[in-house]
Structures are given as C-alpha cells and as structure tokens.
Ligand binder design. Structure first.
Ligand code: MN
Length: 193
C-alpha cells in the first residue's frame, strides 16, 4: 500500500510557544514526510508491499525499519498534541501515574530527565508493559516500543535535535519541559484504556 502523510489535527502554529510554527512545519512536512516517502519507495518489490505500517515496523529491518518506524513514531507523536493548552491527566491514567510515581509532578520530572539523558537521537516513552504497569523507557534513533512484546506505547517526546533545535538549540531539557503544556491527555487516556 501507499502511505500518505496524515494531516496535523491542528494548525501549524497551534502549538506555539512550546513548538514554533517553523519547527512544526519542518518536522511534519519535511522530516515526517521524508520517512513516509522513503517507506513507500523501500517496500516496492518486497513482501511488505501490501502490509500496514505497524506490520512493517514489527517485521522489517535496516533502512526499511528505520524509515517505517520513524513514520509510525512521528504519526503517534503529532497526534498527541492539542491547540488547547494546559490540559492535565484525569481518570485511570492519572490513577496509574500516581501509583507509580506518587504524583503527576514527579512523573513529569522523571520523564524529562530520562529523555534528556538519551545520548544522541531517540525518543522517550510512557508505555504500558506486559504486566500492565506504566513505565518510562527511552529508545535510540528509530527504535520504537511497538516492537517490544506486550508493550503499549501511550506518550512520547522526540529527542532528535530536529524536533527542537530551531527553537531551543542545545537546551533539550527546556524543549521537553515545554511539551507538557500541549499534551492532549484525552488522547493518552484513550491509548491507555
Ligand atoms: Mn522527529
């Protein structure tokens, strides 16, 4: 199948000041678009030609894995934000966060610190592991928890420099902290339930 770049569920300037319109534009229309284009090119003539993106991510390797996984990670990333600022978790997701980290504040601190400590490019994730417990993990480059057994990704911050360098330069920590203000916790809760 041919994959298309999904449109953003908000205008490109909707995430300011956490993420500038310029960064959203380059990140979505250039970086994410390139991963999707490359995936389309790389599946031609392979056994993956008729598979959906998740199947390709779970079963491919090398360049195809890198591009398909980055396509999947970016779709997942951009779908979790909202033009509505300052939302906070509620219901079951909040209950589980408090169970693991004591408070939402402590969870945010741990999440950012694990993301900031990823050496080089990658992602930091909130996942539900196979024991049904919440956990924060980091992955390098294109690696994604989608390939981990029984693991359900709930939330992710992109720590590749292209995600923040135009706005924050070397201040990855500040770039990550700013994202809490634009998370759509209704999306995270749906992924969690
Ligand atoms: Mn990215």
């Amino acid at each position: 199948m041919t994959f298309i770049l999904p449109p953003l569920p908000y205008p490109e300037n909707a995430l300011e000041p956490a993420i500038s319109e310029r960064t959203v534009h380059f990140h979505h229309d250039k970086h994410e678009a390139a991963y999707i284009d490359n995936t389309n090119k790389l599946i031609v003539g392979t056994r993956f030609e008729n598979d959906d993106l998740e199947t390709i991510v779970k079963h491919s390797e090398g360049s195809l894995f890198n591009n398909a996984a980055q396509a999947w990670n970016h779709i997942f990333y951009f779908n979790q934000f909202s033009a509505q600022k300052g939302m906070t978790p509620e219901g079951n997701i909040l209950k589980d966060i408090k169970k693991n980290w004591g408070s939402f504040e402590q969870f945010k601190e741990d999440f950012v610190s694990i993301g900031a400590s990823q050496f080089g490019s990658g992602w930091v994730w909130l996942i539900k592991n196979k024991k049904n417990d919440l956990e924060i993990i980091k992955t390098a480059n294109a690696a994604t928890p989608l390939t981990l057994d029984g693991c359900k990704p709930l939330l992710t911050f992109d720590v590749w420099e292209h995600a923040y360098y135009l706005d924050y330069q070397n201040r990855r920590d500040d770039a990550l902290k700013a994202l809490w203000n634009i998370i759509d916790w209704r999306v995270i809760e749906k992924r969690h339930d």
